[in-house]
Design a protein around this ligand. Structure first.
Ligand SMILES: NC(=O)c1ccc[n+]([C@@H]2O[C@H](COP(=O)([O-])OP(=O)(O)OC[C@H]3O[C@@H](n4cnc5c(N)ncnc54)[C@H](OP(=O)(O)O)[C@@H]3O)[C@@H](O)[C@H]2O)c1
Length: 275
């Protein structure tokens, strides 16, 4: 079965991975609800493809108090919404050797954008996704391969992604558990990109000064690969975790951990315990 979702909301669709996935989905006939703060970029996307293929929804996802009303607005305006791609994120350098340079407010925003906002969005969109049962729906979360092994230079970023990775495992286990007949139609997919050439690095002044503002896999190569994996949908090769071969060693280690996790979840279920 190919990518089964027809109306997809993507956060962070104004650049990089979110924009590249939006372009591929639009080209495949998926209606995209594009979200980001830079309204002019969202408007350009609509101008390019037409309002019958994509909608612009400018919004700052780190404004947690505004999220409930915004989610209500989205689900009312687009009742067919059947998938959310939680992709928006940001990265900052954090050097404990130079504590005077650490901007804690900026790192709090990093935590809110990368972790708390997805947590809130999942919670707020779930009632809508549940209401579509038994139609297939999905929650697609973009974490990072740095959720598996941290890069000390961006310590807080890696911690937000590790938290997201952990949350995704528990979310998936709960939605497919024995008490979850009403949520079994919601597939949870995690994308763990390696370093990809996007604005994530380009807008970091310290990286640019060190000549590291443009490194990683080519964006189109990564987006083609990832879209190819998403397109497999629920088919025999469909995956709920999308990683690239370059991070194979890390992923293999993590799959051992996932095996242990799934074993104890199974054990808890069989023993009638809450897990
Ligand atoms: N590039 C990599 O090497 C890499 C590796 C692993 C994981 N990732 C993850 O991939 C995701 C996409 O990153 P990218 O590499 O594509 O970076 P990017 O080009 O900088 O894109 C980040 C996107 O997030 C949006 N965003 C940031 N803060 C937001 C906010 N408060 N409200 C709404 N939108 C917000 C930005 O839109 P506006 O500025 O218009 O709001 C932009 O569209 C992130 O979660 C990142 O952590 C990237």
């Amino acid at each position: 079965m190919p990518f089964p979702y027809k109306t997809v909301l993507i956060t962070g669709a104004t650049s990089g991975i979110g924009q590249a996935l939006a372009e591929r989905m639009i080209a495949s006939g998926v209606f995209v609800i594009a979200v980001g703060r830079r309204k002019e970029r969202l408007d350009d996307l609509v101008k390019k493809h037409g309002s019958d293929k994509v909608a612009a929804e400018p919004f700052d996802i780190s404004d947690l108090s505004a999220l409930p009303n915004w989610v209500k607005h989205i689900t009312t305006t687009y009742p067919k919404l059947d998938s959310i791609v939680l992709n928006a994120g940001l990265q900052k350098t954090l050097l404990f050797t130079k504590p005077e340079t650490i901007d804690l407010a900026a790192h709090s925003t990093e935590l809110t954008t990368n972790y708390l906002s997805p947590l809130h969005l999942i919670t707020l969109f779930l009632p809508h996704l549940i209401s579509l049962s038994p139609q297939p729906t999905s929650i697609i979360v973009v974490s990072s391969c740095l959720s598996l092994i941290p890069l000390p230079r961006c310590a807080n970023y890696c911690a937000t992604k590790a938290a997201t990775h952990s949350l995704v495992w528990s979310l998936r286990a709960q939605l497919t558990g024995p008490e979850a007949e009403h949520t079994k139609h919601i597939k949870v997919i995690e994308i763990l990109p390696p370093a990809v050439k996007t604005e994530l690095h380009k807008i970091q002044k310290d990286l640019v000064e060190q000549g590291q503002g443009d490194f990683g896999m080519e964006l189109d190569e990564f987006a083609d690969f990832t879209w190819g994996e998403l397109e497999k949908g629920d088919g025999p090769d469909g995956r709920d975790e999308i990683t690239v071969k370059e991070t194979r060693e890390w992923v293999e280690m993590d799959h051992k951990r996932r095996g242990v996790f799934e074993g104890y979840v199974r054990g808890c279920r069989e023993g009638g315990m809450k897990f």
